[in-house]
Write a protein that binds this ligand. Structure first.
Ligand SMILES: [Fe+2]
Ligand SMILES: [Fe+2]
Length: 481
């Protein structure tokens, strides 16, 4: 079988030769109805019958993305797709550096690996649950289609992790696969595993921020798992990253179009001071300070996803060759890190201080720094939009000590610029740094659906180009089909 091509003859499209892997095929087919129940219960609300112009994989090389067509979401062909195997691939870091990459789970690392797969797997359905109500307030059919594309792909990412669980982890893998369908985002009794995946995504600005900041955490986690010495995990993650790129695109261009529209409206109305919030809001667009507050919230929630800055778990994962660094193979060092150090921001005697820690235990911090750098580039592109539109305003990522629930700064309060403040001061300042209830109510008031082809809500600019080069008035979703 040609690994580049996808076999559509089994119920589950795949390029892992499921037709000859009866046991795993049976396990996946057994899991399928529960997945569809979950999708129907927790997937996009109100649009399961609509025809959506979606992209699906026909092969796993970059060109294999070309296939677009109308499909009802429950009929989307969720499949198991891995990047091609490289026979010569090695374990590239940790204690086993230089060994041949593992095709089976090393017995001693079974529990650790399963945990990594389950944590990643749990985030995938969570975001679908968080976003399920957004179709009803989509600012255009173009945006609605992008939302649904992200949703079906997160569903496929769940499949990707469930395949690994069922193929490589036997009975407890199957139990974990069932648990992934049982937990629910925000549920009091069985919530999703990570904080940001239990938050609400109340409106479209939140959705764009989420895909920019939180999906980008996903990208960084996938990048480091793509380095794994356990080859099936690496291949799975490498393919998921090609899909993740679209999610980043949706977030970055989404926020960019909101900024564009706000700046244009301010200019047309002759408003020079972006802090004249009421005047700007009266134009029916989101004022720039509120966009900064939304950014503060989503960035800080996403930083928490990297875990504690100093972590022995992270060191163990690395030593074992299971989870590497961002672009591990491009880094010029010994890839064992036994004597290396890495600077970590810590709270020392009540001050934010840079302290050298063993590089092995500081791996979460390092990945988070790479993430921050990646975010900052996107924020600069947003600032270019603001600048070009002639508004006098700059967006800034808040300090990493700001609004944290996990790690070094979880017990203190800091301003977005990183000044430590008392509880009382924070209580006074909070509304100026994070979205208030009134901000949320204002944004919600803008969330009036627009479903006429080619039309966009007043608060967001149209995209520069259509999906699959379609013209402006293309009907991306046939709602009543
Ligand atoms: Fe995902
Ligand atoms: Fe994603």
């Amino acid at each position: 079988m040609n690994l580049m091509n996808v076999d559509y003859s089994t119920k589950i499209p795949n390029n892992v030769n499921l037709a000859e892997d009866r046991q795993v095929l049976k396990a996946l087919e057994g899991w399928h109805p529960g997945y569809l129940d979950w999708w129907n219960d927790m997937g996009p609300e109100g649009f399961q019958e609509s025809l959506v112009y979606l992209r699906t994989a026909v092969s796993v090389d970059p060109k294999g993305w070309a296939k677009f067509d109308y499909v009802r979401m429950p009929e989307y062909r969720w499949g198991v797709l891995l990047a091609p195997q490289d026979e010569a691939r090695l374990v590239n870091f940790g204690e086993h550096k230089g060994e041949k990459a593992w095709q089976e789970v090393p017995g001693e690392y079974r529990a650790m690996l399963r945990r990594l797969v389950v944590i990643q797997g749990d985030t995938e359905p969570a975001s679908v649950e968080q976003q399920r109500h957004l179709g009803r307030t989509a600012p255009s059919l173009y945006d609605m289609r992008n939302l649904f594309q992200v949703n079906v792909e997160e569903g496929r990412h769940l499949w990707a992790m469930v395949y690994l669980l069922q193929k490589y982890f036997g009975r407890d893998g199957r139990e974990e696969a069932d648990e992934l369908l049982r937990r629910r985002s925000g549920d009091a009794d069985s919530p999703r595993m990570l904080g940001a995946f239990n938050e609400k995504t109340p409106d479209w600005l939140s959705f764009f921020m989420f895909t920019f900041f939180t999906d980008r955490d996903g990208k960084m986690q996938l990048e480091s798992l793509a380095q794994s010495g356990f080859d099936p995990l690496s291949r799975t993650c490498r393919f998921m990253l090609t899909e993740e790129a679209h999610h980043m695109f949706v977030g970055e261009t989404g926020v960019g179009r909101v900024l564009q529209r706000t700046c244009e409206a301010m200019k047309a109305a002759g408003i020079e001071d972006p802090n004249q919030i009421e005047r700007v809001r009266a134009l029916g667009v989101v004022d720039l300070p509120t966009i900064q507050k939304k950014m503060n919230l989503h960035y800080s929630l996403s930083l928490d996803l990297f875990g504690s800055e100093v972590s022995t778990n992270a060191a163990n994962f690395y030593n074992a060759g299971l989870k590497g660094r961002f672009q591990e193979t491009k880094i010029d060092d010994d890839h064992r890190l036994t004597n290396a150090v890495y600077p970590v921001l810590k709270l020392v005697d009540g001050r934010i201080t840079r302290v050298d820690e063993p590089a092995l235990t500081a791996l979460n911090m390092r990945l988070r720094d790479d993430y921050t750098e990646d975010c900052a580039k996107g924020v600069e592109r947003w600032n270019k939009i603001i600048e070009k539109a002639g508004a006098n305003f700059r967006l800034e990522l808040p300090h990493t000590a700001f609004h944290r629930q996990i790690g070094e700064f979880r017990d203190i309060h800091a301003t977005p610029t990183g000044v430590l403040i008392s509880d009382a001061e924070w209580a006074k300042k909070r509304g100026a740094c994070l979205p208030s209830e009134a901000d949320g109510a204002f944004i919600e008031s803008l969330m009036q659906p627009v479903s006429e082809p080619g039309k966009f809500a007043n608060w967001i600019a149209p995209p520069k180009v259509g999906i699959d080069n379609k013209p402006g008035e293309f009907e991306y979703v046939k709602i009543a089909a």
